[in-house]
Design a protein around this ligand. Sequence first.
Ligand SMILES: Cc1cc2nc3c(=O)[nH]c(=O)nc-3n(C[C@H](O)[C@H](O)[C@H](O)COP(=O)(O)OP(=O)(O)OC[C@H]3O[C@@H](n4cnc5c(N)ncnc54)[C@H](O)[C@@H]3O)c2cc1C
Length: 375
Amino acid sequence: MEEAASRCSRGNTVYDLTVIGGGPAGAAAAISAARCGARILLLERGQFPRHKVCGEFVSAESLGLLENLLDSRHATLLRNAVRIPQGRLFLDDRILPTAVDPPAASIARLDLDSALWESAVNVGVDARPQVTVQGVNGTGPFRVSTNAGEFESRALVNASGRWSNLTPTDNSPAEKWLGLKAHFAETSPDHSVDLYFFDGGYCGVQPVELSHEKSGQGRINACAMVRADVASTLPQVFARHPDLQERSRQWRALSEPVSTSPLIFRRPQPVRDGTLMVGDAAGFVDPFVGDGISLALRSGALAAECLAPLWSNEISLANGVRRYGELYRQRLGPVFRTSSKIRRMLMLPRVLRHPLLLALQKAPAITRYLVSKTR
Ligand SMILES: Cc1cc2nc3c(=O)[nH]c(=O)nc-3n(C[C@H](O)[C@H](O)[C@H](O)COP(=O)(O)OP(=O)(O)OC[C@H]3O[C@@H](n4cnc5c(N)ncnc54)[C@H](O)[C@@H]3O)c2cc1C
C-alpha cells in the first residue's frame, strides 16, 4: 500500500483509481483493486445504511465472490443469510414451481451495501460518503469534480448505477416503469422466491432478515416492477394479482416504502471514453432474473482484475480497458440477451401467454432450462 501511495504521489496523480458509486459494483471494484496494492478513492453521493429498491435475491453464482469481498467482521452476514432453494411463478391462474439450485441467498440491501462499504474502508480504500461527482475531465488520467473538490487518478471506474447524472441514457422510453419495495411482517414465510405476474408488471416476495434482528422474526421483502400507468404504490400492485392480494392482507409494514424510476433496459456498454463501466452503469438487467447484484459484483471485480497490471506499469490504461470490454462481453453479455428474451415472453398479452404456460407447466424442465440460461 505504502509503495503504491508513493508511486502515485509522483507527478500530479494522487490516486491510482477513482471509483464513482459505493453500491455493490463500486465496492467490489474498490476492494479488489485495493487488495492489489493500488491507492483507491471511492466516492458515494449517499451514505449507508439505507434501504434500496431491490428484491434482495442474491444468486448463488456470486456468493463465493461476495464471501471473498467481505472482511472477516462481516462474514456472518452471508453465513446467517436466509437461503432460497425454490421459486414459484404465479402466472395467470397457474403456479409454476421451480428449484433454485444451488440455493440463492436473501440479504437486505440495508446490510449488504453497508457491509461492503465497511469492508472497503477496512482494506484501506479512501471511501468518502456524501460526495457527489459532478463531472469528469480527461480520458486517462482523469480529473473528477465533486461537491468536495477535485481529485485526480490514473484510471476511472463508473459504478454510479442505472440512473445518474454520469450515466447518459437513451431518449425517454415509450413506457415508464417503476420499482417499489418495502418490508412486511408475515408469519413463518416459506423459503421461496415467489413472483406474481400481472399485465404491466410483477411483484417478488421472499423472506429476509436484518443483521441486528433476532432470526426467525417473519420479515418478508415485497418488491415490484410495474408500468407507471398500472400502479404507483405497493397496495395498488398487490391488488393486481388475486393470490398476492389475499396473501398481503395479513402483512404489517416494517419499513417505509421506497421507489425508483424510470427503469430503462439497454444493451450493456462496458467501456466509455476510457472509463470502465461496472454494474448497472454498464447495463441494467431485468430484475426478475435476480442477477443485478451478481453482475455488479462480478463486473466490479473484473474491472479491478483487468487494471491490476497497470499498477505495476505492465500494461497501458488503454490495454486494460480494452481487455475489460472483451471479457465483460464474453462472460456477462449472455445474461442480458437471455433475460430480455424471457422478459418479452412473460410480458406477452395473456391470450398469447396461455399456450406457453401450458407447455411450461407440462414440462418443468423447460422452466429450469430458461432460468439456467440466465446464469
Ligand atoms: C425493482 C428492482 C428489483 C431488483 N431486484 C433485484 C434482486 O432481487 N436481485 C438482484 O441481484 N438485483 C436486483 N435488482 C438490481 C440491483 O438492485 C442492481 O443491479 C444493483 O443495485 C446494481 O448495483 P450497482 O452498484 O451497479 O448500482 P447501485 O446499487 O445503484 O449503486 C450505485 C451507487 O452510485 C451512487 N452514485 C450515483 N451517482 C453518483 C455520483 N454522481 N457521485 C457519487 N455517487 C453516485 C448512488 O448513490 C449509488 O449508491 C433490482 C432492481 C430493481 C429496480
